[in-house]
Design a protein around this ligand. Structure first.
Ligand SMILES: [Zn+2]
Length: 102
């Protein structure tokens, strides 16, 4: 399996580390005590522990530790292992460095 890093090009998957589902979004509650503690606890429990077992395309975090050390977001078909797209994760350090010409 080969992964096309947006910074380094196509590389063997042994250079990368799978870091999990990129889809969950952190719950955002105002710190005003209006939300019920049970609702907040349930939302964070879901965010931290529950993941879908997708048979098809899903968004995943990958880390290119054997190359540019960038965090990446990949769309991968979990049935065929085909990578549909690989982009820099939001806030990835290498992405900023490339744009700044470093
Ligand atoms: Zn890379």
């Amino acid at each position: 399996m080969r992964i096309a890093c947006p910074f380094c090009g196509e590389r063997e998957n042994g250079e990368f580390t799978y870091l999990g589902d990129a889809s969950p979004e952190r719950p955002n509650f105002a710190v005003d005590g209006r939300e019920s503690p049970d609702r907040v606890e349930d939302a964070f429990y879901d965010y931290v522990y529950l993941r879908d077992n997708v048979a098809g395309v899903m968004r995943e975090y990958w880390y290119h530790g054997g190359g540019c050390r960038s965090w990446l977001v990949a769309e991968r078909n979990t049935v065929t292992h085909e990578f549909i797209s690989v982009t820099a994760a939001p806030g990835a350090g290498a992405a900023s460095a490339v744009r700044a010409g470093e």
